[in-house]
Ligand binder design. Structure first.
Ligand code: NAP
Length: 281
């Protein structure tokens, strides 16, 4: 049976470091991190994520504010709001809550956030920095998956073949870059990948970030592989959160696995707080 990677413990350690960092800024009378989350319209899932962020920020001494714009806000209004936030010297980080209403272009909106305030590392400039390995902060979920993986690999990731299921701009792609910088060999899989099962079986590590419950089953991972489940899928009929992996089946083959909930999720929020501290510093 696989070792369960304790995301809550990893997150706790990061939060402690952030709390000390914020306390040090207070003592130096330096600028305290202040994150402003901007939501356009309303989304229930996004609301619970924002509430969780606000609670965590408060515990660490980080200022957090939610600005709400109406669902029909035109691009010009979003741009103006983001530009006003960028001009406020007290604001050290800006987040744009997803999903956006369909009339707004995600990349165009994100591109309004200056690199120095891009706490989630989602702007084109931040993506370029990650590509070049010159970033100061990385996309939170991709970094959280890295930290969970590193916790199960005390000898480092060098030489490991890592198959990632998912190629989104916030998870799969930046994660592949972070892995490459750590001298691993990433394979990015997606819906057009031929024979996903044999590709995953060829890897030392499988990371699922597809948003499909039970996509990765025990027969798709090799004996002793490390399994990182990024997926968060709410199953309404069962009133519970599940990942992209069949936990029992994969855990029976893997040497280590992240649970859902309690794996990558809590680490993601902690990484966001760490990013906020780094940008304020
Ligand atoms: P996304 O933008 O929807 O991307 C999903 C990716 O998975 C796409 O690249 C898609 O391939 C691929 N995919 C979907 N079904 C597949 C299949 N059957 N076989 C192979 N590839 C498949 O999702 P995302 O934003 O990256 O998020 C991925 C998951 O992570 C979601 O469950 C999300 O809720 C979760 N998430 C968790 C956290 C956290 O803190 N734990 C944070 C963010 C996201 P194509 O490109 O070919 O369509």
């Amino acid at each position: 049976m696989a070792l369960t990677i304790d995301g809550k413990a990893i997150a706790k350690q990061i939060r402690q470091e952030v709390k000390s960092g914020v306390a040090a800024l207070l003592q130096e009378k330096a600028r305290i991190p202040k994150i402003v989350a901007v939501e356009i319209g309303h989304d229930d899932a996004s609301e619970s994520y924002t509430r969780n962020q606000a609670r965590t920020a408060e515990r660490l001494g980080i200022h957090h504010r939610l600005d709400s714009l109406p669902a029909d806000a035109p691009f010009s209004a979003v741009k103006e709001h983001l530009n006003d936030l960028a001009a406020d010297p007290k604001v050290t980080g800006i987040m744009l809550q997803m999903p956006l209403p369909s009339h707004l272009d995600e990349s165009a909106c994100r591109a309004q956030i200056p690199l120095a305030l891009d706490v989630e590392a989602v702007t084109p400039e931040a993506a370029g920095r990650v590509l070049q390995n010159t970033h100061t902060v990385a996309p939170c979920t991709a970094m959280a998956a890295m930290l969970c993986l590193e916790s199960a690999c005390p000898e480092g990731l060098s030489g490991l073949t890592v198959a990632i299921v998912g190629r989104s701009g916030i998870v799969g792609r930046p994660l592949a870059m972070l892995l490459l910088h750590a001298n691993a060999t990433p394979i990015i899989c997606h819906t057009r990948t031929k024979d996903l099962a044999s590709t995953l079986r060829s890897a030392d590590v499988v990371i699922a970030a597809a948003g499909r419950p039970n996509l990765v089953t025990g027969d798709m991972v090799s004996n002793g592989a490390i399994a990182i489940d990024v997926g968060t899928n709410w199953i309404e009929s069962e009133n519970r959160l599940v990942g992209d992996m069949d936990f029992e089946g994969v855990a029976a083959k893997a040497s280590a696995i992240t649970p859902v909930p309690g794996g990558v999720g809590p680490v993601t929020v902690a990484v966001l707080m760490r990013n906020a501290l780094i940008l304020a510093q």
